[in-house]
Write a protein that binds this ligand. Structure first.
Ligand code: F0G
Length: 467
């Protein structure tokens, strides 16, 4: 099986290939990112996506129940008995009432892919199932990542459940920016026993350091620069297709941070198209927060394009040099996507090219208002996730998306990940011991708790007056 799966440089002009078992994250010849590539001729993938429906009948088998591994023929880099799963990917495409959410799409056209329902509460579990499968195959005892919180929570969970061949558990090592991650996520890393290093710096600083530490100590790197992570995250798109009767939607909206998730979607569709398994490729909109808008600026203002793999690297280098010179750091309430130097930039450019994609930016206020609406109608997500809906609203207003289009927004993380942002929105207060930033609620959908005396008459009066 392994000869049919290998690592390949993403730049077609280089195209260097490496053995699957080489523990590398970039091309040794040209320094670009790597893909997991397959010899589809030899692997003989299914001729139709409907093939995967047979797995519904054998859900008592863990790998057929997993929302990642039931599609294993589309990420065939390991044998069935090597696959790591914690039953990730039991997520569904929700069909909310677009009118209630005040999204001007025709009824039935809006879908929310609720990835917050994963075991660690975010889409990252899809990628970890695949990356841990590889880490175990390689026999790596220590896995590491830099994180804005969800990658670390997910990695810590998988490490706490993954035994190496000799029986011992893996050890998770996480680098987080001090004061930069939401409490729900920090709580998970601590509870799952990860060695948690609070680095005096932001995510971008942590990312630089984890790569250096990985090189020095031989840790297995679990950030999305690891191409196996993206293999797992492709399956989010397969589940979307599954829920839509295997018919691709018109648009996918997804928040962009380190740009691993959206790049995985691009790879999924590039392969499905090549294999003749989809009639068309949807368009993608990657949504940045205005305070962390590197991709938006590079693509929309500096004209950066994939250009068949010959993308203009100095354009990005100039941008980073300018940011350094001006001391500009990423800053947004959507802490999950507070990233200034996305490691998957080049894969993202390929995705935008393959999916006729666009990039937009949305403000923190737009994100919080959208999050509150998503919560009010019973879905719920963390701030970064709501960026996908804010982006959709903007693209509808600009006429880029048609009101009749079939749209899927990815809700990437669970609402309990960042209770501070939610409580702060509704009450004006911070909940986790930090001093209050506001004394009055300010959100348009704010639902402030009402203080009442310990008195039944007074309590009933308040209920009658407010319902
Ligand atoms: N939404 C959430 C909830 C996230 O946690 C992230 C990324 C994204 C969106 C953006 O995805 O990085 O693939 O573009 N979180 C990473 C982390 C960076 O460390 O947890 P991306």
């Amino acid at each position: 099986m392994n000869d049919s799966a290998y690592l390949r440089c993403i730049r077609p002009a280089c195209g260097a290939t490496y053995d699957l078992n080489e523990q590398i994250y970039e091309c040794k010849k040209c320094g670009n990112l790597l893909d997991v590539a397959y010899d589809w001729e030899r692997l003989k993938p299914p001729e139709s996506l409907a093939f995967f429906q047979q797995r519904w009948a054998t859900r008592d088998r863990a790998i057929d129940h997993s929302g990642v591994w039931r599609f294993r023929e589309l990420l065939p880099f390991a044998k069935p008995d090597e696959l790591v799963t914690v039953q990730e990917g039991q997520t569904l495409l929700q069909a909310p009432d677009a009118t209630a959410l005040k999204i001007p799409l025709r009824q039935g056209r809006l879908h929310l892919q609720y990835e917050g329902m994963n075991p660690s509460g975010s889409f990252k579990d899809n990628g970890m199932a695949a990356a841990f499968t590889m880490a175990r195959k390689l026999g790596c005892p220590r896995v590491g990542c830099a994180s804005t919180g969800n990658t670390s929570a997910s990695m810590a969970l998988y490490a706490a459940k993954t035994h190496l061949a000799e029986g011992r558990l893996m050890q998770a090592i996480v680098f987080i920016g001090e004061g930069k991650i939401a409490y729900g996520k920090l709580a998970q890393a601590l509870d799952y026993g990860a060695l948690t290093l609070q680095v005096a710096g932001d995510f971008d600083a942590c990312m630089k350091r984890i790569r250096e530490a990985t090189d020095r100590l031989g840790l297995y790197l679990m950030n999305s620069v690891n191409p196996f992570r993206l293999e797992g995250q492709k399956t989010i798109m397969y589940r979307v297709l599954e829920c839509l009767g295997w018919e691709p939607p018109d648009w996918i909206f997804v928040p962009g941070g380190n740009l691993g998730n959206s790049s995985a979607f691009g790879k999924a569709y590039i392969e499905l198209k090549e294999l003749g398994l989809v009639p068309k490729v949807p368009r993608i909109c990657v949504v940045n927060a205005t305070g962390a808008n590197t991709l938006y600026d590079l693509v929309n203002h500096r004209g950066l394009k994939w250009n068949n793999g010959n993308w203009d690297e100095p354009v990005a280098a100039d941008k980073y040099a300018e940011m350094d010179a001006q001391g500009i750091k990423a800053k947004t309430i959507a802490s999950a996507i507070e990233i200034a130097r996305p490691v998957n930039l080049s894969k993202e450019l390929r995705t935008l090219d393959a999916m006729n994609g666009v990039v937009c930016e949305v403000t923190d206020e737009e994100i919080l208002e959208e999050k509150a609406l998503v919560g009010k109608y019973g879905y719920g997500c963390e701030p970064a996730s709501a960026a996908s809906l804010s982006g959709l609203r903007q693209m509808l207003e600009k006429g880029v998306v048609d009101q009749g289009a079939r749209v899927v927004c990815i809700l990437t993380g669970h609402p309990l990940k960042d209770p501070d942002a939610t409580v702060g929105y509704h009450t004006g207060l911070k909940s986790s011991g930090a001093p209050p930033t506001r004394t009055e609620p300010w959100g348009r959908s704010a639902n402030k708790p009402i203080q009442v005396p310990d008195d039944l008459d007074a309590i009933c009066k308040v209920i009658e007056e407010n319902t």
